[in-house]
Ligand binder design. Sequence first.
Ligand SMILES: Cc1cc2nc3c(=O)[nH]c(=O)nc-3n(C[C@H](O)[C@H](O)[C@H](O)COP(=O)(O)OP(=O)(O)OC[C@H]3O[C@@H](n4cnc5c(N)ncnc54)[C@H](O)[C@@H]3O)c2cc1C
Ligand code: SF4
Length: 476
Amino acid sequence: MMGARRTINCDVLVIGAGPGGLAAAKGARESGARHVIVLERDTCAGGILNQCIHDGFGLIRYKEQLTGPEYAVRAEREATEAGAKIMTGHQVVRMERMAAGEGIEVTAVSASGLKTFRSGAVVLALGCRERTRGAISIPGSRPAGVFTAGVIQNFVNIRNVMPGHRVVILGSGDVGMIMARRLTLEGAKVQVVAEILPEPAGLARNVSQCLYDYGIPILCSHTVSRIIGRRKIEAVEISEVDQDMRPVPGTEQRFDCDALVLSVGLIPENEIAQTAGVTLDPKTNGTLTDAYLQTDVAGIFSCGNSRRIMDLADFVSEQGELAGHNAVAYLTGGEMETWDESRTTSMLKGYPVPDTVTCTLCPNGCQVRRVKKENGTFTYEGNKCPRGIGFAEQERTAPRRMLTTTVRDADGHLIPVRTGQPISREKMFDAIEELRTQTVDRQKRIRAGDTVAYVTDADGTRVPVIAGSPAAPDEI
Ligand SMILES: Cc1cc2nc3c(=O)[nH]c(=O)nc-3n(C[C@H](O)[C@H](O)[C@H](O)COP(=O)(O)OP(=O)(O)OC[C@H]3O[C@@H](n4cnc5c(N)ncnc54)[C@H](O)[C@@H]3O)c2cc1C
Ligand code: SF4
């Protein structure tokens, strides 16, 4: 006879251990919750950050330029040090609001079977999924070689698999542009990025540092109008679009390719929210919340990409922390705090302004212009802080970039790494080649922050290469 399933009780249960969930757990503990549990379906915490090996995270929250894995390590440490318990390998399948005073029941599947949790409050932090080809209906055959950008990111950064060597990218959101650069650094030729909108959809800093830096062309007001190939993709047809975003006949251009990468939008992940009757925004699929991040089911809060797609992990963490705090306030009758929606929309998007330098030192992406003064000397305009002047001056004389990539250990597993300091932009490809010849000895226990290799800069300096996390997780 099967034994009765044991119920695990807690004060605040967080679903999802991405930056939103980890910060919610920290916030709940710091606001006085005794038992805080985070349920995560993957084998490790960190969420999407584990495969985002590029830098650009943490500038607001930690005042440091971190890679995704580095940010994830920090966020996880903060949650556990605050006293939250993170249970990986637990996929939540159902959630139900019980009678008044009896809390919320959550069911999760794990390798050891079904488990039931009972919590006073729940914070949803389930992230998002990508829009697929089916969702945007591109005409043509259905050959192999069409992927979403997140899948490609996982292939290249975690599984060491290149999807193709001549690539077309549809969609110029940040994910698409970041993958255009990553694939280029890994030796692929990105033929073009096509964007249906009149301007790039992502941040100006990514147009500058991911496309312009590598000479990757972008065609705005264009879309893929046909996919060509029987079994494997051979080419795509790209057409200009009219005001109604329909392809204009006669404007077709053929681009040969062996991979088409779709970066055409993210959809909040909310199947679990629906099992508890939480109302979703019919347009975005995000959870609808009040200003306290509480959904219309009492005691269920929501944060991060499952509420609304957000550009910056830093703001996701900030919001998660607030959701965790408010979940505790809900339980104790304390005062809730409101979320300031404008926190997420301050960064410049679209094309950089011509004849300016896009400062990429922080997400603001200031457009810095060098101006000649009447006395013949030069000054800079457009920078919100003094660091922009140094950056613009360096861009004019000797541009430098942080290299973020992976190195292999002896078993072929990938470890996400970055250079200890920016290196000469012209040395990026040489440095990647240098790293291909080096393997990391896994016998030495690697920790985040360890130097695992060296690359040579333009002036011959040996630059340390630093591990972002102990190792890439096996399954994400
Ligand atoms: C390619 C890419 C590049 C980016 N670049 C940057 C950048 O340079 N700088 C920056 O600041 N931000 C960047 N972002 C944005 C930022 O990373 C995200 O906004 C942030 O990670 C979202 O955090 P989250 O906690 O909401 O979701 P996620 O990180 O997606 O975490 C959600 C977690 O929930 C788990 N989960 C889902 N369903 C279940 C379930 N049923 N049961 C249990 N667990 C579940 C998932 O496994 C996952 O771990 C980027 C995002 C992407 C996709
Ligand atoms: S000038 Fe200052 S505020 Fe503007 S992008 Fe650069 S670092 Fe950020």
